[in-house]
Design a protein around this ligand. Structure first.
Ligand code: CAA
Length: 372
């Protein structure tokens, strides 16, 4: 059992990230390229990547503190960096050959390249193993055909970790991972989807039509793809949990300031307001402990599937509950689409759904309990 407290080093890092996010991040309605550039200049797009590959050599927990703090200000920037790092860059770090590492990691860690992850399909969302994108062996490599959905940073990313099957009759044992580069003939992104939240992050289809992929771009062995995807998602889900923390903190900060200003004069001391505020703050602290502990388990090198799913489930449900209760506390103006709490509400909903819906997290937690 890993117990958990933040060290002075981590507290200082959190403060540094909070200052960066507060001072440097903008809140426009376009793809947050400037935010990414500013983060890249500070080395923040490669925080948990070893220095030998161009990163900062920080631990996973430090990266999680960063995702929490930037999501508190702009959670679209948060999800772009979370996907870029934990499922867009870790694939090469954990499973790449030296050649793949040296080709991709310095650019990804330095922010010259943006990473993305393509697993989901129309018939394979929660049931990821049902994917139907095919990889047929051809001279010198593979020919990929299929269509991926809901790809974060589709149309913007440079490198995609894509999952396809070399033989559907082998089930999960046929699923294989490939590294695709933007501009490869046969690789196209669709139009950005219209979403209820996280509108600065682009989400598109990714189509592969007779796309030739050199054998050197296969990640891991044939048939290793499903385990690679699942193990990457363990880390990815802690990142989404941290995004939930940032959103919940932003909601609490807004409501507390609003109530302190006395704009709800007469109601401020009502028990219903106090109870709601106390519940929200308590839920957030509990979520924070789960998320940081999951990160510490990952840093220890142990499998963190259960802890990651618990953190994702609880922190993103907390973000949603916080946004809902804070909207109730702050009144009618929060129904306006440009109100900050309205944005937190819409963004929080997405965190409950992606990188495995919270129903999937429950399945993972229960399976891990029954497995041990
Ligand atoms: N680490 C390593 N291996 C793992 C693993 C893990 N965390 N989880 C499972 N595996 C292995 C199993 O050990 C098993 O291998 P063996 O047969 O050798 O024992 C193999 O993978 C198959 O495992 P399961 O039988 O558990 O697989 P399943 O088909 O029952 O699926 C599931 C399990 C948990 C439901 C899975 O399908 C799942 O996580 N679904 C959700 C998918 C998801 O999260 N998608 C999000 C995509 S990304 C996104 O949202 C947006 C973006 O842009 C990033």
């Amino acid at each position: 059992m890993i117990m958990f407290t933040l060290s002075e080093y981590h507290l200082n890092k959190k403060e540094e990230f909070r200052e960066f996010a507060g001072k440097e991040l903008d809140l426009g309605d376009h793809f947050p390229r400037e935010n990414l550039q500013k983060a890249a200049q500070k080395g923040y797009l490669g925080l948990p990547i070893p220095k030998e590959w161009g990163g900062q050599g920080e631990d996973f927990l430090t990266y999680i503190l960063f995702i929490e703090e930037i999501s508190r200000v702009c959670s679209s920037t948060g999800v772009i960096i979370a996907v870029h790092t934990s499922v867009g860059t870790f694939p090469m770090l954990y499973y790449g050959t030296d050649q793949q590492k040296s080709r991709y990691l310095p650019g990804l860690a330095g922010g010259e390249l943006l990473g993305a992850f393509a697993l989901t399909e129309a018939g394979a969302g929660s049931d990821a193993a049902a994917l139907s994108t095919t990889a047929t062996t051809v001279d010198g490599g593979y020919c990929l055909n299929g269509c991926k959905l809901f790809i974060t940073s589709g149309g913007e990313a440079d490198i995609f970790t894509v999952f396809a099957t070399v033989d559907r009759s082998r089930g999960v044992k046929g699923i294989t991972a490939f590294l695709l580069e933007k501009g490869m003939p046969g690789l196209t992104s669709g139009h950005p989807e219209k979403k209820m939240g996280l509108n600065r992050s682009k989400t598109t289809e990714l189509r592969m039509e007779d796309l030739f992929v050199p054998a050197a771009n296969r990640l891991g062995k044939e048939g290793d793809g499903f385990q690679i995807a699942m193990s990457l998602l363990d880390g990815g889900r802690i990142g989404i949990a941290a995004q939930g923390l940032g959103l919940a903190q932003a909601g609490l900060d807004f409501s507390t300031a609003y109530l302190k200003e006395g704009e709800v004069s007469g109601r401020k001391t009502e028990q219903s307001v106090s109870f709601a505020l106390a519940d929200v703050a308590t839920g957030l602290e509990a979520a924070r402990l789960l998320v940081y502990r999951a990160a510490a388990v990952k840093d220890s090198g142990m499998r963190c599937s259960k802890e990651a799913s618990m953190a994702k489930l609880f922190a993103t449900d907390t973000a949603m509950a916080t946004a809902t209760r804070c909207m109730d506390l702050c009144g009618l103006s929060t129904a306006l689409i440009d109100h900050p709490l309205n944005r937190f509400f819409c963004d929080a909903k997405a965190t409950q759904i992606y990188e495995g819906s919270n129903q999937i997290q429950r399945i993972v937690i229960a399976r891990e309990l029954l497995r041990s």
